[in-house]
Design a protein around this ligand. Structure first.
Ligand code: KDG
Length: 325
């Protein structure tokens, strides 16, 4: 089998989205969710070869996810577990400004991904192995898969990227720091929002000891000293920045109308990694990350509104509010 541009793994779920308060009932729409699958779909749309490894239940939800991945040309290396269900989440649009995730994923098929599941894909190799901090929060097996994949990929010369993606409904900040800071040393690219970066600070370091108040620049410096090449910080509406040994780079976000922020971080990550695979400069990586982030926030769904390669310039070349004819 050919080496893919992006290999990733984790839990994909069915996301049932409401347009109002769940307590009042109403219509739900069915979507595929899962940070790693989102990144794979986003990069596949840009023409990259992608592979997602995971476990699904032997149920219609699992089949739905398989079909969605297939339709987006993401290669799935999927183990079907007849004894566990595919995870489900609800995404409640509680108000125009506040949405809430409710997870029904504990003990799911996807939460039991194990190191063995990953062996074939790791053996086939990839340009980038992309990890998120969601996977190790799911189970002891998933944590082992996460840790071994990071170590194995780094030893085999793959580029490892790690997006913190802290989910406080799944684990505590202390537990997350313990696991993620240890794995950060295998990563060439780490991605975090400002309030997540501290979770990567090497244990016992000044940044880790001083808690989340430690400055972003200080933590980035410690990660660079550890061997990380690019410390990418997502700043939402303020754009994004990257710390490297050559200095700090910043690119503003694109001004768009925000309708749904869920999935924006994954979209940014996919844009950034796409430009890495293409050998683009640090600034161009940030620009593509921000471009995908802008598509994500200005369309509904985690990934449905993301661009194909021909559409990458759409938000720059077309006047806001206009129709292309
Ligand atoms: O990044 C968007 C994700 O929040 C969503 O797709 C579901 O992976 C998910 C999670 O664990 O929250």
């Amino acid at each position: 089998m050919e080496k893919v541009d992006l290999l990733t793994f984790g839990e994909a779920m069915v996301s049932l989205r409401s347009s109002g308060p769940l307590a009042q009932g109403g219509t739900l729409t069915t979507h595929m969710a899962g940070s790693e699958a989102n990144v794979a779909v986003a990069m596949s749309r840009l023409g990259h070869t992608t592979k997602w490894v995971g476990r699904l239940g032997e149920d219609p939800h699992g089949e739905f996810i398989r079909r969605q991945l297939g339709a987006e040309f993401v290669e799935g290396q999927i183990t079907v577990d007849p004894d566990r269900a595919t995870g489900v989440m609800f995404l409640e649009q509680r108000t125009a400004d506040v949405s809430r995730a409710l997870y029904y994923r504990s003990g799911s098929a996807g939460s039991e991904i194990s190191p063995l599941d990953l062996e074939p894909a790791l053996a086939e190799s990839a340009t980038i192995l992309h990890l998120t901090g969601i996977t190790p929060a799911l189970s002891a097996n998933a944590r082992m898969a996460f840790e071994r994949a990071a170590a194995g990929a780094a030893a085999a010369g793959m580029m490892v990227s790690l997006d913190v993606n802290y989910r406080n409904k799944l684990w505590s900040r202390e537990d997350a720091r313990e696991v993620l800071s240890a794995v950060a040393g295998y990563a060439q690219i780490v991605i975090a929002s400002e309030d997540e970066l501290n979770l990567l600070a090497p244990k016992g370091s000044a940044a880790a000891d001083s808690g989340s108040d430690a400055g972003v620049a200080g933590i980035a410096a410690e990660l660079l000293a550890l061997g990380v090449n690019e410390v990418v910080v997502k700043l939402g509406a303020d754009g994004a920045e990257v710390y490297t040994l050559a200095g700090k780079f910043h690119v503003d976000a694109k001004a768009v109308s925000v309708v749904d922020t869920v999935g924006a971080g994954d979209a940014f990550t996919a844009g950034y990694l796409s430009a890495v695979v293409d050998g683009e400069s640090i600034e161009a990586r940030l620009v593509r990350g921000n471009t995908l982030g802008a598509f994500a926030v200005s369309t509904r769904g985690d990934w449905e509104g993301l661009p194909n390669r021909a559409e990458l310039d759409l938000l720059s070349v077309q006047a806001m509010g206009s129709t292309q004819r």
